[in-house]
Design a protein around this ligand. Structure first.
Ligand SMILES: [Zn+2]
Length: 394
């Protein structure tokens, strides 16, 4: 195990230069051309390491990649793979590099998308090399799923993620760790609701009583719906956008609120959903319409994912590091994986900070440990969720 850490340390220069190259290829979500260009580069790296790569074009978004690596053990070739996930899109517009270039400074690598999460793919590639160089190989097939639309909620890759997660024995997600190094065993799920109020317009001075103000109704509904939150359970609501009315002297005929929901359990998501749909107008001459709902389920901590964390913790301990466990209110593709019942460890990427800002940075002295940790996780014989097949049960 010590060897893994030494080998991982020897990969840092290579990792840093590949990270520079990937960061300098800008790749904002929905920029099909730029995403296809960086995906081409990822294909080269994956094929060079022996993967069979399937590329699914996603018009308007880029391409999604499935790279399959056969098991090093011939008798486990047909077993369920371990799934490893990364995304190549970023939240940074094309041109960001001109004022926020890739830079090595004060022990960090700065640059758009460096931390979230180009470094994640780099770490996984280096970890593969380390496992192979130490001669062990991996005991089951590995599937790398590299997507192009995580930052916008996986519109083109969701079906692929769900299908691969259903067939996998477990999933490692290389999103950034919690700042300070903890991996993520829980992530909140997300939802969006739109509450529309339809009122009756009227002159605000001549006959206000003939109208029914949609704006007034919406104001009362907002107070009511904010009570659906349960912060002690992690359930929060944010009315992020409101609109309505036309002029001060007109009783408003329509008004709309857009509401963000976050939750740690699907039970809570269903509770809020039911409450939203049961809203009734205070003013009977107003009509309410509720649309939307939960979008990415919560990444829930299960017995199986807790077991994965325990394994990761014991691998980390062999490198002298105490691996911590954490949670976040932000969702990732890990939520989609976990929602179909696949045990998931998320936030396995490098330490750093400033995700989604012009302060994005990766802590360089964390790279050896992260590469070694992923190498250890890849080399680990994970039990199959389906149990051994009769031929292999010996
Ligand atoms: Zn990310």
């Amino acid at each position: 195990m010590k060897d893994l850490l030494a080998d991982a340390s020897a990969k840092v220069d290579e990792a840093t230069s590949l990270l520079r190259e990937l960061v300098e290829m800008e790749s904002p979500s929905r920029d099909e051309l730029l995403l296809d260009r960086i995906v081409d580069r990822a294909v080269q790296e994956l094929e060079r390491r022996g993967a069979t790569v399937e590329r699914s074009p996603a018009p308007g978004y880029g391409s999604n990649l499935l790279a399959r690596f056969p098991s090093h053990n011939p008798s486990t070739q047909d077993q369920d793979p371990l799934l490893i996930m990364a995304h190549l899109d970023t939240v940074h517009d094309a041109g960001t590099l001109s004022h926020f270039p890739f830079e090595l400074r004060d022990g960090f690598a700065f640059g758009p998308g460096a931390y979230d999460m180009k470094v994640g793919l780099v770490i996984a590639l280096m970890a593969l090399d380390v496992v192979r160089d130490t001669g062990g190989g991996w005991p089951h097939p590995l599937t790398f799923l590299v997507t192009c639309d995580e930052e916008i909620g996986a519109p083109s890759s969701r079906a692929i993620i769900e299908r691969e997660a259903r067939g996998a024995r477990g999933c490692l997600v290389l999103e950034p760790c919690v700042p300070g190094g903890a991996v993520k065993t829980r992530r909140k799920g997300t939802g969006t609701f739109v509450l529309e109020v339809i009122g009756l317009p009227a002159h605000a001075g001549i006959e206000p009583e003939a109208g029914a103000s949609a704006v007034h109704e919406l104001a009362r509904q907002m107070v009511r719906l904010l009570d659906f939150a349960a912060p002690e359970l992690g359930t929060t609501l944010n009315v992020g956008v409101i609109s309505g009315g036309t002029r001060t002297n007109v009783v408003a005929a329509s008004a709309t609120a857009k509401v963000d929901l976050r939750f740690f359990s699907d039970v809570e998501a269903r509770r809020v959903d039911a409450a939203m749909r049961a809203l009734t107008p205070f003013n009977p001459r107003c009509t309410l319409r509720v649309s939307g709902g939960a979008d990415r389920g919560a990444l829930e901590r299960t017995d199986a994912s807790a077991e994965m964390f325990a394994t990761a913790k014991s691998i980390a301990a062999r490198f002298g590091t105490t691996l911590m466990e954490g949670s976040t209110g932000g969702a990732s593709d890990g939520n989609i994986v976990s929602a179909v019942g696949c045990p998931t460890l998320d936030g396995l990427g490098a330490d750093g900070g400033g995700a989604h800002t012009l302060e994005e940075r990766v802590r360089l002295d964390d790279l050896p440990f992260r590469i070694a940790l992923i190498a250890g996780l890849i080399a680990e014989p994970w039990s199959s969720r389906r149990g051994p097949t009769p031929e292999n049960s010996g």
